[in-house]
Design a protein around this ligand. Sequence first.
Ligand code: ZN
Length: 133
Amino acid sequence: MHINDAVFLEDLCPKFRFRQWRKSIHRFTGKSCIYCGKPSESIDHVLPRSQGGLSTTENCVPACLSCNGDKSDENALYWYRRQKFYDPRRAMAIRAWLEGDLRLAIRLLQWANPNFKVNNKNYQKNETEYNAA
Ligand SMILES: [Zn+2]
């Protein structure tokens, strides 16, 4: 059978793929909000969809409902700078994430949050899954 003939469950069911994708986004930060570190309950578009932001991994970060709602349609980096919980390491992490450098983003988040270690294990596991594929 030619590889192009293969039918993947994900192609048959876009909803399934979307759910997997959302899950993987949350897994990168160990289910914590990229802005404040609280549990991430939603996916935030860094560049809002209303401003042409795409639903790609680079533009979508895990966020808690409070940050996501408060930020609304603002540019994430401008909004973040005004927050009480602003942390330059997290700001750098967001920037790295936007550039598609998730590895650097996660390292910066770890630096900002020493409790991140446990979560990092998830990321490592995730990465080996990718390597194996
Ligand atoms: Zn938050």
